[in-house]
Design a protein around this ligand. Sequence first.
Ligand code: FPP
Length: 258
Amino acid sequence: MGLVDVSRLPQHVAIIMDGNGRWAQARGKPRTAGHERGADAVRATMRAARRLGVPALTLYAFSEQNWERPQVEINALVDLLCECLISERDELVDNEIRLAAIGRLHKLPTRAQSKLDALMRETESLDGMTLTLALSYGGREEIVDAARELARRTRDGAIDPEDIDERSMDALLPSMNVGPVDLLVRTGGEQRISNFLLWGSAYAEFVFTDELWPDFGANSLYSAIAAYQARERRFGLVPGAEAHGGAVSSRDELERAI
Ligand code: FPP
């Protein structure tokens, strides 16, 4: 934690949690064992982020493309999600963590939807940190859904196409409720975005680590934040110009700079 300057924290950290399967395979265990250990890493990371004072943490827990995995693995992931939504309830409430979710949530089995809805409702007024789970999520799908809504509103005469700007999209993208991503971390050695928060990551700093997700924890988060803090964020400005923290309020300044 000494590595981290708590006065300059990223306001929104997003994580692509990769490597559960490889972690399990390396130990001769079924992939599901990796997901179970992955849930422990979720808890450790969430606690560390909260303790530091990071306002928003978004985790890629299940992509739209993950529906193509073997049914037995999908069932295990949904069961694990359901268990966590029960076991982590006290952790969220005691630490004033608001739970949110993004993605095509209607595609989740109803047993998961109902537990998710209940815990989101119970924690909706908490303001210590927002933990967003991306479930059945795809960045392109989210943008398509927003475009469709804008088209509907235009057709109905509620908006003029000329008035559509970045703010219109921000307002329609559920992932933007907690603002743009400042720091995007991917574990597991791959260096790609895999259809995660495409819009909100436009100016994110990326940190890639070879660590497999079940091995990630508080120290890994501190290292990623320290790496972020060592970078100069320029947002299209020239070197040495004042960098700012990526908050939504800086968007006008950002647009003028491009
Ligand atoms: C990627 O590893 C991980 C996932 C597809 C699922 C993430 C799920 C968890 C961390 C478990 C619990 C989370 C919650 C929120 C309850 P992979 O299986 O693609 O790994 P591989 O690349 O090594 O195969």
